[in-house]
Design a protein around this ligand. Structure first.
Ligand SMILES: *Cc1c(COP(=O)(O)O)cnc(C)c1O
Ligand SMILES: [Zn+2]
Length: 442
């Protein structure tokens, strides 16, 4: 195996660990750990040869290389044997050309990367396929692991439970009671995980799971564990591949715990280092105003950082006040000339609904990204000629209560400008005919 990777301390102290060690922070300085690759070995293949290899594998039935993550195995996790890869053909999600929405808002080259068109309905599948595969390899190597565990705002737990079930491995998920959608709650239940609903918020669940996973036989599956980032970094690579290896001008992404944006940057920077691209896109990170520690820090040019108490937001998957990957994300945003924008409940809901009117079906987090996009266009930051890709992080079908509430005009703090409630009519020709004429003219 010519390729290699390891955990390395992000604070630059130089300490390295095996990716098969049960470790989440540097033993010397307490820094988070990133997966680093033997980039010299990767450079032995030319940029064109990498592109050709990735193209050949895309959506093929050659297990596991047809997957969007494992098709780039050498860049992601070369140390797992193919037999231990737990894949559900994640990745290779389509880019939706948002033609009508783009024309309406004055950025015709607008695309939406549909990461929610995935096995469990969110981009979290990309990270969990890598983490669960590494755990399967560890167990095959004889390491004593009883279960995987995570705290979650709903999507991580769904993905962990699904991949654990596919691998035949035990998993437990800690959820803030009453703060995840019905669809998100039922997913890990259906997949047989031990589901623990706790009277706290995400940050509270995170504190407990950190305590629990001090026991090395319970393996932590949160994004503090950077194995997840390796799979998630394919999103940026895939976007460039989908545009025939051309880099867009902007990528807009909704952020909470900040693993996602860090991973996006990591993938793009690796592409640049290996010579597949020669420029980088700019990144716009979008937060809910109700949970906006990164936005507040950005206002000080990232000089200051304070955790906040996350307030209730419809964008429940990003209701996080103390993001674990803050340091990683700031590094990436500085490298990619990033900006941070925020959206109120009213803005995110109406942005999602407006996009739905043009054929999308947006989750509230995608609504946050779109609302941020509208503001950045309004302020002239994003320009008419820019190619913009918005990352849609989850499928709208996971957030039915949000959609129903919106169209019933029942969301707190939201004026539903695009509400389209059903008309309840008597079952007569006259009533139906009148309703059609009123709506469409005669
Ligand atoms: C997890 C998640 C995010 C945010 O990703 P982070 O890595 O926590 O920043 C955004 N949207 C959805 C739907 C998610 O599940
Ligand atoms: Zn260190």
């Amino acid at each position: 195996m010519p390729y290699n990777c390891w955990f390395e301390c992000v604070r630059g102290c130089g300490r390295r660990y095996s990716v098969f060690d049960v470790i989440y922070r540097c033993e010397d300085c307490g820094g988070l750990l990133d997966v680093e690759h033997d980039v010299e070995a990767l450079k032995h293949r030319s940029p064109v040869a990498w592109m050709r290899l990735f193209e050949e594998r895309t959506r093929s039935n050659e297990v596991p290389y047809g997957s969007g993550v494992w098709g780039k195995k050498e860049w992601i996790m070369p140390l797992v044997e193919n037999d231990n890869v737990v894949s559900m053909y994640e990745g290779h999600t389509n880019c939706f050309w948002a033609r009508r929405l783009g024309e309406e808002i004055g950025v015709p080259d607008l695309w939406v990367k549909m990461c929610g068109n995935s096995h469990t309905g969110s981009f979290k599948d990309l990270g969990l396929t890598v983490l669960v595969s590494v755990v399967k390899q560890m167990i095959a190597n004889g390491q004593p692991i009883r279960a995987m565990a995570c705290a979650s705002t709903g999507d991580t737990s769904a993905a962990l439970a699904a991949y654990a079930a596919a691998a035949g491995l035990p998993a437990t998920v800690l959820l803030p009671r009453g703060k995840v959608s019905t669809a998100q709650l039922i997913q890990p239940i259906a997949n047989g995980a031990l589901v623990l609903a706790l009277d706290t918020d995400f940050d509270g669940c995170m504190r407990i799971v950190k305590e629990i996973t001090k026991d090395p036989t319970i393996y932590l599956a949160n994004s503090m564990n950077s194995l997840r980032m390796e799979g998630q970094k394919t999103v940026g690579i895939e976007i460039v591949q989908q545009f025939d290896w051309e880099v867009p001008d902007w990528i807009v992404i909704p952020v909470g715990n900040l693993g996602n944006v860090s991973a996006l940057g990591k993938g793009l920077l690796l592409m640049k280092e290996l010579g597949l691209i020669d420029k980088l896109p700019r990144i716009a990170a979008a937060q809910a105003q109700q949970a906006n520690p990164l936005y507040l820090s950005y206002q000080t040019d990232f000089e200051e950082y304070k955790a906040v108490q996350a307030q209730k937001t419809l964008a429940s998957a990003i209701q996080i006040g103390d993001p674990v990957s803050y340091e990683r994300a700031v590094k990436v945003l500085k490298r990619l000339d990033g900006v941070v924008e925020q959206a109120t409940e009213d803005e995110l809901s109406n942005a999602a609904a407006r996009a739905d009117r043009t054929g999308l079906y947006c989750c509230p987090h995608t609504g946050v990204a779109l609302a941020a996009l509208f503001k950045l266009i309004g302020r002239g930051k994003i320009k008419r000629d820019d190619r913009v890709v918005v990352i849609s992080t989850a499928h709208g079908l996971k957030f039915t209560d949000f959609k129903v509430g919106y169209h019933d005009q029942a969301l707190e703090g939201v004026t539903s400008r695009y509400a389209n409630p059903p008309l309840e009519l008597p079952a007569t020709y006259d009533a139906v005919s009148r309703a059609i004429d009123e709506r469409f003219g005669k």
